[in-house]
Ligand binder design. Structure first.
Ligand SMILES: NC(=O)c1ccc[n+]([C@@H]2O[C@H](COP(=O)([O-])OP(=O)(O)OC[C@H]3O[C@@H](n4cnc5c(N)ncnc54)[C@H](OP(=O)(O)O)[C@@H]3O)[C@@H](O)[C@H]2O)c1
Length: 249
């Protein structure tokens, strides 16, 4: 049984991870952690997600002594300015669901990973990982006159644009085809309604051909199940920075 602590439990992703973990025989949620000052601190998690959870929401990562792994579902500023150092002191594996880190933030995450196992991904879906593998294959074969565009769609409450997944896709494309740089691939971000997430990659050449690849989700379920599987996996790893490439190997 892997004992997990969910940081950002009052948010959409954190709340759903706690809800879905209840059905997993291999996982127990032992801490639900909110931002200090959030109005749900001290309340029961069941008030937020329903069901029979008897977890009481706390506001301190340092109080979470008896867990095997943390998952951070907050935002980049909260992670870097408040949570990162507390995880380092806790000395437990950390799964980072949070997105939109700068290069400077990444240096801190890489440093943290020298002391503990750290998992970072903008998308926990295994199908999305396989979608990117397909794109890596396709982009190696495109002609020099092919323009590449990424269009991503998300709900209207998403704070960051472009999405972490769109950046992952662009990085994979430039790594797979040395002719391309990030500047060659535009990302168009659409925000609206309750779209859970869609990523479209368009290869348009000047010989009247367009090839389009698309991945979409209609709920957060694929992210949540992927995140739960990753937590069970990361507790068995050595110190280092891991991604979905390592998990899906
Ligand atoms: N990797 C993936 O597959 C994946 C999938 C979906 C989302 N995401 C990413 O996950 C993050 C969360 O997404 P979301 O949709 O759940 O956002 P959200 O609904 O805005 O939730 C974020 C939560 O974090 C809380 N928070 C902020 N600072 C905190 C702190 N220092 N300690 C504890 N909690 C804190 C916020 O509480 P307050 O309201 O009190 O500030 C809020 O409830 C985003 O970065 C998003 O891009 C990743």
């Amino acid at each position: 049984m892997v004992k997990i602590a969910v940081v950002g439990c009052t948010g959409k992703l954190g709340g759903m991870i706690i809800k879905e973990a209840a059905a997993r025989p291999d996982i127990e949620v032992v801490y639900a952690i909110a931002r200090s000052g959030n109005r749900y601190v001290g309340h029961g998690m069941a008030e937020l997600i329903g069901g029979h959870s008897d977890l009481i929401i706390i506001d301190g990562i340092e109080q979470a002594k008896d867990c095997d792994v943390f998952i951070d579902c907050t935002n980049a500023a909260a992670f870097i300015e408040h949570n990162c150092e507390r995880y380092r002191r806790a000395g437990k594996p950390v799964v980072i669901a949070t997105t939109a880190f700068s290069e400077e933030d990444m240096d801190k995450i890489r440093k943290m990973a020298t002391e503990t196992p750290v998992f970072l991904t903008g998308n926990f879906s295994v199908a999305l990982h396989d979608f990117i593998e397909t794109l890596r294959f396709a982009v190696r074969r495109v002609s020099n006159d092919t323009d590449i565009q990424i269009v991503e769609y998300h709900h209207n409450e998403k704070h960051d644009a472009p999405s972490g997944t769109a950046i992952m896709i662009r990085d994979a494309l430039t790594q797979a085809n040395g002719r391309l740089t990030a500047e060659d691939i535009d990302i168009c971000s659409v925000r609206g309604g309750n779209i859970f997430g869609e990523h479209e990659v368009i290869f348009a050449n000047c010989k009247d051909e367009v090839v389009t690849f698309k991945h979409s989700v209609s709920s957060r379920e694929p992210f949540v199940q992927g995140a739960l599987d990753v937590m069970v996996w990361i507790v068995k790893q050595k110190n280092g920075l891991y991604t979905m490439d390592d998990f899906c190997e």
